[in-house]
Each structure stands twice: as structure tokens, then as C-alpha cells.
Design a protein around this ligand. Structure first.
Ligand code: KG4
Ligand code: ZN
Length: 354
């Protein structure tokens, strides 16, 4: 019998709970976002996030169980994100999961949030190992070679901002609404990507590392140069800047993906994270996968962005591999998936880099 797990996620700005069966059936997936709470602050405020998680978590769990039509005693285990992320939120989730596990006697499994993203193509498409995962979101950007449910090799990642952060900052610079990704993409549609040629950071450096913070500064300089020269920005200037910026992001991500596929010879390229919704990026990645003879996999967006179904699933995979955690399960703000890889430095607006 396939095990059925409750998953709990609260590591960033989405409070989520889900019930998933080991055969890949998602019985329920509840996500309560916090966008409105942080809207005035230009980023996620950790203290506000933690309080909102503490308030909403039990409600999300109740809803997830109700929508799945199960009670706790019908479950085989509880999986919870134990890191990396904003510590207050992670703690809220871990404490709730411990309480539920202690009360019900169900096994407890602590899950790495990044493993949740990285194993999603197995939940959605049943893909076998190995495969290459490109994780591109507002908080993360890394290439992972996934060899097993607990065997990840990090090939490279951003040395500063995540690409979603760059989209959000560019939108802010140009007075476009948040979240920046969709508004920059929409503005870019009527733009000329060749009018402003922005830098392709780290393109000349060997390997798969990326950088997005200089690109954002280049956009700021271009905006200011136009404002000085003509007294402000025309609608078409905005469109052209967005198109040029998006082209630069897509080109560096595509080239680094080409290298990662060449290096690993992985038969499948999978993507996850909110930025994977970007059509220009998707087409560029599809072309790279096709040229390398690899299958391209993009899970549906609701499972690409933060959710608890991926945590329940990663919990099931870890449970099948024999993992059981006790009441000493720790909440970890930093938790690299690949402990052999060089640590990522710095702190993004969505918490410490993993
Ligand atoms: O994975 P996600 O929902 O959440 C976290 O990172 O926690 O990703 C959100 C990010 C935001 O920065 C948003 O601007 C970006 O994904 N995003 C996009 C698009 N849709 C969302 N970036 C580029 N193009 C899009 N269409
Ligand atoms: Zn995430």
C-alpha cells in the first residue's frame, strides 16, 4: 500500500498544507499566500511572515485534511519543511508537525525545502533518476543533478540575487506592479530586446554559477540615463528595457543550462520555481534541452511555486528510504542540499541562501 502523508510548508511567505499518496495522487493542496501583508515593505518581512504562519498553519492543515476527506489516523506520516528558510516560519511548521506527530503517534519526517522542489518532477511525471533540475524562483537559483531521493549534486547557482528577485527589483525601478516577473514579462512583449544590450554576467566564466545583481544595476543606470536625457521614461522605453533585461536573463540561464547538461549528460532537464513561468526563458531552455537530446519537463505552475504537496512527496520518498525524525528535529535557516558544495554566502530578501 502506498503511504499517505500530510505535508506542511512555512519556510517563506506561503503557508501550505497538503495530503499526498505515495502513488503520486495529490488528495489536497492548500496554499495561503501572504503577498498583501508584505506589499508595503518591498520584500518579505520575517517577523510578519512568522506570525502569519503561526496563525494560519492549523487552519491550512484542517482544510487539507478536510479536502482530502481523511482524518489523521488514516495517514502514514507527517512531513514538514525543516529548512532552509526564514527561521520563524520554519519553527512554526516544525513545532506544529511535532505536536501532531506526538499526539497521533505518526512518524515525523523533516524535509529540505529544496528537495521538495527538486523531487517534484517525480511526483508530477514519475521521472526516474538521474535528471538535471534548474530551480529558479524569488529565493533560489541553482542547478542540481538529482541522482536519488537523497542524493543531490549542486553544479552551480547564483552568487548574489535570485532571478525572481532581479525581476521584482527591475519592476520596482520601472514603476511596474509586484510581483515583478509577470509585469516585466508583459511589458517586454511590446519591446525591442536589441535596443538596450545589458551585460551577460559570468557568461565568460567557466562552470554553472550565475549572478543577477549587476544586471539590475545596469537597468537602473539605463533608466537614469534616459531620465536625464529626455526628462523621463516613455512607455516604449519601459518595454524595451524589460525586453532587453529578460533577454539577458534568459540567455545566461540557457547557456549555463547547456553547460550543466553537457557536463552531466543528464537525459532530462526539469525546471521549478516561479521564474520558470516565463515564456521567453521556457522557450530558451526547451531549445537547449532539444539540442542536447534531453527531455524537457516543467511541472504545472502551482507545483513549481511553493506548496506543501512537494513537501509531502519528498517526505514519502525519505520515509521509503528509511528516514524517521524525533522530537529533536531542528529547524535550520541554512541547509544546503549538497553538503560537499561550496556554501552560498549572503542573505536574500527571502532569507538565508542555502
Ligand atoms: O517560486 P516562487 O513563487 O516563490 C518564491 O521564490 O518563494 O517565485 C516567485 C518569483 C517572484 O520573484 C516572481 O517575480 C517570479 O517568481 N515570477 C516570474 C514570473 N512569474 C513569477 N519571473 C519571471 N517571469 C514570470 N512570468
Ligand atoms: Zn521555494
Amino acid at each position: 500500500m502506498a503511504p499517505t502523508f500530510l505535508g506542511i510548508e512555512s519556510s517563506c511567505d506561503d503557508t501550505a498544507a497538503a495530503v499526498v499518496r505515495g502513488d503520486g495522487t495529490i488528495l489536497s493542496s492548500v496554499v495561503a499566500g501572504q503577498t498583501a501583508l508584505h506589499a508595503d515593505f518591498g520584500g518579505v518581512v520575517p517577523e510578519i511572515a512568522a506570525r502569519a504562519h503561526a496563525e494560519k498553519l492549523d487552519l491550512c492543515v484542517e482544510q487539507a485534511l478536510e479536502q482530502a476527506g481523511v482524518t489523521l489516523d488514516a495517514l502514514d506520516g507527517i512531513a514538514v519543511t525543516a529548512g532552509p528558510g526564514l527561521i520563524g516560519g520554519v519553527l512554526s511548521g516544525v513545532m506544529l508537525a511535532k505536536g501532531l506527530a506526538a499526539g497521533s503517534g505518526l512518524p515525523l519526517v523533516g524535509v529540505n525545502h529544496l528537495a521538495g522542489h527538486a523531487l517534484t518532477p517525480r511526483l508530477t511525471d514519475g521521472v526516474g533518476f538521474p535528471y538535471l533540475m534548474l530551480l529558479v524562483s524569488g529565493g533560489h537559483c541553482q542547478f542540481l543533478l538529482v541522482r536519488g531521493a537523497q542524493d543531490f549534486t549542486r553544479l552551480g547557482g547564483t552568487i548574489d540575487d535570485a532571478p525572481g528577485e532581479a525581476f521584482d527589483k527591475v519592476a520596482k525601478l520601472l514603476g511596474l506592479p509586484q510581483p515583478g516577473g509577470p509585469s516585466v514579462e508583459a511589458a517586454a512583449q511590446g519591446g525591442d530586446a536589441r535596443r538596450f544590450v545589458f551585460p551577460r554576467p559570468l557568461l565568460g566564466r567557466p562552470g554553472c554559477d550565475l549572478s543577477f545583481s549587476g544586471l539590475k544595476t545596469a537597468v537602473l543606470r539605463q533608466r537614469d540615463a534616459l531620465a536625464t536625457a529626455q526628462g523621463g521614461l516613455h512607455e516604449q522605453d519601459r518595454r524595451d528595457i524589460c525586453a532587453g533585461f529578460q533577454a539577458a536573463v534568459a540567455e545566461v540561464l540557457a547557456e549555463k543550462t547547456r553547460r550543466a547538461l553537457e557536463q552531466t549528460q543528464a537525459p532530462v532537464l526539469a525546471v521549478a520555481g516561479g521564474v520558470a513561468a516565463n515564456q521567453t526563458l521556457r522557450s530558451a531552455l526547451m531549445a537547449v534541452a532539444e539540442a542536447a537530446g534531453a527531455r524537457f519537463l516543467a511541472p504545472p505552475l502551482r507545483l513549481c511555486t511553493d506548496n506543501a504537496a512537494m513537501i509531502a512527496w519528498a517526505g514519502i520518498e525519505a520515509f521509503r528510504a528509511g528516514q524517521r525524525d524525533g522530537m529533536d528535529l531542528a529547524a535550520r535557516p541554512r541547509w544546503p542540499l549538497d553538503s560537499a558544495a561550496a556554501p552560498m554566502l549572503g542573505t536574500g530578501k527571502r532569507g538565508a541562501k542555502a
